[in-house]
Design a binder for this molecule. Sequence first.
Ligand code: PLP
Length: 385
Amino acid sequence: MKTVYLDNAATTKIAPEVLEAMMPFLTGSYGNPSSFHSFGSSQMEAIETARGQVARLLGAKSEEIYFTSGGTESDNHALRGAVKIDNTRSGIVISAVEHPAVLDTARTLAKEGCPLEIAAVDANGELNLSNLQELVNTETAIVSIMAANNETGVVMPLKESAEIAHRSGALFHTDAVQMVGKVPMDVHSLGIDMLSLSAHKLHGPKGVGAIYIRKGIQLPPVLTGGHQEKGFRSGTYNTPGIAGLGKAAELALTHLDDTAVKERALREAFEKKVVENCPGSFIVSEKAVHRLPGTVTIIFKGIESEAVLTLLDMQGVYASSGSACSTGSKNSSHVLTAMGVDFNLSNSALRFSLSRYTTEEELDHTVKLLASIVERLRRISPYTE
Ligand code: PLP
């Protein structure tokens, strides 16, 4: 059976070049980079190469990159560290559509006494900047606004949000897990103080990521131990993972412009064909000013998304009903709820996310399947406007 993978916002396949870069450290070169002997310490070179590769992708300096176990850990470092820097500032301001790695961390810190404010988004999923402005004050330690949303693909106004944070003396963090490697980013010109990224979203391995911390910011460590990463993030280096992340970052930078153009064209054509062939379907955040090239959520009115997903799965097409990280919970998407989408509609939402490996043929095949699945389900449960 032909398989089509359209869940790249959940995770991506490892690029062959990435696997090749990791292999030496999964086989013969297994020394500990922190060891005194050369068998181990020579691995530091691979780690520093990867640091440079990640820094180049972000327009950062190498010394501003710290390796972590992924996006969730990086987000935790940013929030948990920021509220400890200055004891006159413990406030946290985030958007209503953050990933649980930020949302739940912020809520946990709120229970521990850090005042939490949540900025609204509009019906397109775009951040309400004047609301953000109202919520930030001189007690705010950190403003954390995601770079692009994992469900809708809506790109957030990072420069403007960073300016709001800085005007009140707060730090600005962005969870850029969905954005890094998809569109060009320059942390310095955007005014970003901290940024989280994850290798497995850009054709790298799972369980490794990084946090960019602007030079001069003294973020207290969350993990203590063996003093790796200048004492900021203890724990034996995941050398294969880090080498893989570095290579994935290098490849993403090489393909950046081509991928964005190709994915955007494919995604737009896909959206048009789905809407034409599946009556009662519409694109979420269609009117948003900026969206990621390859992510779209589509609502099929009156149809349970799980039913469509199951039937697609049986035909070898893999998509998602929103954020994979929250699958299993019966709650509807907090992102769609924040946008004012009603409960029934949000249970009819499917996310399709492309990668640089996605082809037009795969998408056309998916449209055909979707059209027949939607028609079949509507026969059982007719939909009226
Ligand atoms: N932030 C966003 C926006 C994500 O989409 C994800 C994963 O889906 C994460 C954070 C978590 O990253 P990781 O899986 O590397 O912990």
